[in-house]
Structures are given as structure tokens and as C-alpha cells.
Design a protein around this ligand. Structure first.
Ligand SMILES: [Cu+2]
Length: 166
């Protein structure tokens, strides 16, 4: 059972100050001495409430970390597949540029996805290192498709791994 020292919940104690020790005990952070002073006034219901609060805080922190990872969530982006050289330098896109785009990609020019409606450009990536961008994406050069994968933004550039292309 997790036992928590009595704390005055009505005093505005910041839940973030509750710290879970390695042994599973939850204690209050900065104001621990006060909590110790009241150690002999433990009330079971309040103990339970604070334990639940501590669990909620811990859960919230876990969710926040998952959100910070960001790119780990699957997203689906609909847009046109382009080769990034011809698109950025010349604005070339669409069916008339299809063959050039495929040739550019085969020579190693990064393949991109221009999001429909926003024109936000994603550089497409494989879903692991030391792999080419999937052929399923290159084959759709000039077409509007929906790519599902993990999105990353670094240094002002957007990236999207290719998990699937529809
Ligand atoms: Cu090209």
C-alpha cells in the first residue's frame, strides 16, 4: 500500500511537488519538513485522495512526454509527391513533371510531399535508416496521395516518414 504523509490540500499545494520515490512511496517535494511534522495526523481518506492525485500527476507527465516525442504519433498528410530540386528551384510539379521527378528521385534527390491546401512541404523519409524512400512514394510522383507516417520538424524543415501511401 502506498502511504502518503498528510498534506493540507486546501492550502494550494502544487500537485507537481508530489514526488514518487523509487520504492513507490509518494512524498511531497519542497515542503517535506512540514509534511513530516504532521506525520502523526494521517487520515486514510485524504491519504487515498493524495495517492490518486499523485497517480494522476504521474500519468499526466507520461502523456506529456509522449506528446513531446511528437513524431512518434502517426499522422496522415494528403498532398502531391514532388522531387524537391525541381519543385523548390523551378516550381515544377504535376503530371507534366512526373518523369523528370522520377528520374531526379532515382538519382538521389529527396522526394517531397506538398500538402494540399497549405503547400506545406514535407521531405519524405523511409521508416528506418539506411533505407531508400519507398518506391510506393516515388511511383506516385506528380500524383496527389495520402502518406501516413511520423512527422518531424527540425530547423524549420518538415519531414514525414512513409509508413503507407494511398
Ligand atoms: Cu525533376
Amino acid at each position: 500500500m502506498i502511504r502518503v504523509k498528510r498534506q493540507d490540500v486546501t492550502s494550494g499545494t502544487d500537485p507537481a511537488l508530489l514526488i514518487k520515490d523509487d520504492d513507490g512511496a509518494i512524498r511531497e517535494g519542497r515542503t517535506a519538513p512540514r509534511a513530516v511534522a504532521h506525520a502523526n495526523q494521517e487520515e486514510p481518506m485524504r491519504t487515498l485522495a493524495i495517492a490518486a492525485l499523485g497517480f494522476t500527476v504521474a500519468l499526466g507527465a507520461t502523456i506529456a512526454r509522449a506528446d513531446e516525442a511528437g513524431g512518434q504519433k502517426d499522422v496522415s498528410v494528403t498532398g502531391e509527391v514532388v522531387d524537391t530540386f525541381c519543385y523548390s528551384a523551378m516550381g515544377a510539379r504535376g503530371a507534366s513533371h512526373r518523369q523528370c521527378g522520377i528520374d531526379c528521385a532515382k538519382k538521389g534527390i529527396p522526394v517531397g510531399l506538398v500538402e494540399k491546401g497549405t503547400d506545406k512541404l514535407y521531405v519524405l523519409l523511409p521508416n528506418k535508416d539506411k533505407q531508400p524512400v519507398p518506391e510506393t512514394a516515388v511511383d506516385k510522383m506528380g500524383d496527389t496521395v495520402t502518406v501516413t507516417g511520423h512527422a518531424y520538424t527540425k530547423g524549420g524543415s518538415n519531414f514525414l516518414t512513409v509508413e503507407s501511401v494511398k
